[in-house]
Design a protein around this ligand. Structure first.
Ligand code: ACO
Length: 322
């Protein structure tokens, strides 16, 4: 029996910080409105020419360093992104090339903000099936490129960045208690028009802008998130009290607070980075994981609950013994 153990992680942000105050100079908004409705204070914006694969490669290198591994040790790369460098090939192969790898397999995963949870789940299944030995799961986004910077209802919410983890298939005897314990994925395409990018290769042939019915997303978010986490608790026998760290997708502080409250997860266990990063879609969870590991919160043996919900809608949760 194989277990999927997390060996390390890393994250990479562009240098440029865009504050709420700066945004208020270009669209009709205010720091007060953005902070009160979302908890966001600032976000990072990729430099001209800096692409999703560049951010993902930065995170991947740091994750390998953290795990004490070389690119030659990796044989699977899964990149969760909705903002790939190109329609094709996958940004994952650009990262593979950037790492100097010619072996293994690399592909992208599209589940919008749930992409990292989908990517972890997919890599976990492949590792346990013996398809690969060690995987890089990367969430990388440049949402700044698909925002309508004249639309104050969306442009204030998102940012760019990347995070990565290294996973290894280990015999249960070696892994002990560690590893991915369970994961649950969900989607419901009835909601596909509530959060989307207009245009695309098969519709208009162009890349459009992100469109969102924010209130509709908000209305569904907490229920979907809590339902899928309850499914994770039911499958494992763990409860909210057993969780050491709750690392949710960072879209909106109010959604995160409501979800934690409804589940009975204590506020001090919630890792919150949306204030610093904004919503970085598939990158938000690995970015938050890296912050909480580097500042000493997440330690070996901790029980960590990951959760995301996003366009589609897609949603899901992963429970990991770190
Ligand atoms: N600055 C100032 N005013 C604004 C802004 C802004 N940036 N944006 C909207 N407003 C105005 C609206 O026009 C509206 O004005 P009106 O009452 O005169 O019509 C008023 O503020 C209230 O707008 P609402 O949309 O009702 O505000 P709400 O409290 O719902 O907050 C928000 C909006 C923050 C988008 C919220 O609905 C939300 O967070 N939704 C979830 C979005 C989300 O999490 N998306 C990501 C999940 S999936 C993924 O990550 C890809």
């Amino acid at each position: 029996e194989l277990r999927t153990v997390v060996l390390g992680g890393g994250s990479f942000l562009p240098q440029r910080v865009l504050t709420n105050a700066e945004l208020a100079q270009t669209v009709d908004t205010s720091d007060e409105w953005i902070v009160q409705r979302t908890g966001i204070q600032q976000r990072y914006i990729a430099a001209p020419g800096q692409m999703t694969s560049d951010l993902g490669l930065g995170a991947a290198k740091l994750a390998l360093e953290d795990a004490g591994l070389e690119p030659s040790d990796i044989d699977l790369i899964v990149v969760a992104t909705s903002t790939p460098d190109n329609t094709f090939p996958a940004s994952a192969v650009a990262i593979q090339h950037g790492l100097g790898m010619r072996h293994g397999a690399a592909f992208d995963m599209q589940a919008v903000c749930s992409g990292f949870v989908y990517g972890m789940t997919t890599a976990d299944a492949m590792l346990k099936a013996g398809q690969a030995k060690r995987a890089l799961v990367i969430g990388a986004e440049t949402f700044s490129r698909i925002l309508d910077w004249t639309d104050r209802t969306t442009c204030v919410l998102f940012g760019d960045g990347a995070g990565a983890v290294v996973l290894e298939a280990q015999p249960a005897s070696q892994a002990g208690e560690r590893g991915i314990l369970t994961s649950k994925l969900r989607s419901d395409g009835r909601h596909k028009a509530k959060l989307y990018v207009d245009g695309g290769p098969s519709s208009t042939g162009t890349v459009g802008h992100l469109r969102m019915e924010g209130k509709e997303v908000f209305k569904h978010a907490v229920g979907m998130i809590t339902d899928v986490i309850v499914a994770v608790f039911d499958a494992t026998g763990y409860t909210a009290d057993d969780i050491d760290w709750f690392v949710p997708h960072q879209a909106n502080k109010r959604i995160i607070d409501s979800s934690a409250h409804k589940l009975g997860i204590a506020p001090e266990k919630v890792v919150l980075t949306v204030n610093q990063h904004g919503n970085t879609s598939a990158a938000s969870i690995p970015l938050a994981l890296d912050v909480a590991r580097k500042d000493g919160r997440i330690k070996r043996g901790d029980l960590v609950l990951l959760e995301a919900m996003g366009g589609g809608f897609t949603w899901g949760a992963v429970l990991v013994r770190w």
